[in-house]
Design a protein around this ligand. Structure first.
Ligand code: 13P
Ligand code: SF4
Length: 314
């Protein structure tokens, strides 16, 4: 099938099946362009929560599909590739995390959305990188808090909120791979460029950054900044939206440590393709299934996050 035919077939099926296609900013440009909405992890959950569609297709990774399914247990939630996992979610096995939580019964548990449904089921409130700061700050300064699973995001939030949350020792292999040296080299080539960074990156990179935020915060910052050049320290898929929003500005992807490649891509996110989106709409598979007992527990901290975010206007 040609690209044009593929797009037409996807468009026809989504109409016939009343399907909503949601894509994360780390998806390939063609998937971002065909989606009904493109957004960060928080936006994907918000759209899923309010849609009247019968089918939700999440062009993203497994935990994003799970979050949508937890919020909409009676809808069909599909992902183009079931193998699109997440190293950060994998760094926090539910059994080990539950043990850790049980060892600290007087602590409130805050979990990043990049976790499995079973981890969310033992969580008090879920956060994304868009709302983590505000949600942590909604607790008293001396509150005993556990934050999992991302140690880099946890350290960053501790540093900007003056908290001392107990951190789970997990990380994202994509964001941990950025090279400080290579970013500093780029900074010499583009001395006027702002370094804009996702908080899943390591501390030394956050330290030299001009702005730190979630994917949507990075895009918003690029739009309103007076600067014309940006070194983008996150998965390079986000640059597609930045270029669309700011055609007169230049976006330079920060390179990873261990390769000659100029940009850093999430191998899980990039498993999704237009062909797989077509097949998944056609076959209504692969479908995300969440155990009912886990769903009933996991929806509570996700809904709490959505309620707090709505109050904060996020
Ligand atoms: P956000 O889109 O929430 O910034 O998250 C980035 C990420 O790594 C998603 O997996
Ligand atoms: Fe997970 Fe990292 Fe990929 Fe995001 S970029 S989906 S945190 S592995």
């Amino acid at each position: 099938m040609s690209t044009k035919e593929l797009k037409e077939a996807i468009n026809q099926m989504r109409k016939e099946k009343n399907a909503l296609i949601l894509a994360h900013y780390y998806q390939t440009s063609d998937l971002q362009d065909i989606a009904d909405y493109v957004g960060d992890s928080l936006a994907l959950a918000q759209w899923a929560a309010k849609t009247t569609a019968d089918i939700i297709v999440i062009c993203g990774v497994h935990f994003m599909g799970e979050t949508a399914k937890i919020l909409c247990p009676y809808k069909k939630v599909l992902v183009p590739d079931m193998n699109a996992g997440c190293s950060l979610a994998d760094s926090c096995p539910a059994e080990d995390f539950t043990l850790f939580v049980n060892q600290h019964p007087d602590y409130t548990v805050i979990s990043y959305v990049n976790t499995t449904a079973a981890v969310k089921a033992v969580t008090d409130v879920v956060v994304t990188s868009t709302n983590a700061r505000q949600i942590v700050e909604s607790f008293p300064k001396d509150a005993k808090l556990i934050f999992g699973p991302d140690r880099n995001l946890g350290n960053y939030i501790n540093s900007i909120t003056g908290r001392n949350m107990l951190l789970w020792d997990g990380a994202c292999h994509v964001h941990e791979q950025f090279s400080l040296e290579k970013i500093l080299e780029l900074k010499k080539i583009y001395p006027e460029a702002e370094v804009i960074t996702h908080p899943e990156c390591k501390k030394p990179i956050i330290h030299i950054s001009d702005f730190v935020g979630s994917t949507s915060a990075l895009i918003k910052h690029a739009v309103k900044s007076e600067k014309k050049q940006f070194i983008v320290v996150t998965e390079s898929g986000v640059i597609h939206e930045m270029r669309k929003e700011c055609p007169d500005k230049e976006f330079i992807p920060a390179p990873p440590d261990d390769s000659t490649c100029a940009c850093n891509e999430c191998n899980f996110m990039r498993l999704n393709t237009m062909d797989k989106l077509y097949n998944c709409l056609k076959n209504e598979s692969p479908e995300i299934i969440v155990d009912e007992r886990i769903q009933k527990k996991a929806i509570i901290p996700i809904q709490r996050m959505l309620d707090i975010s709505a109050k904060l206007g996020l």
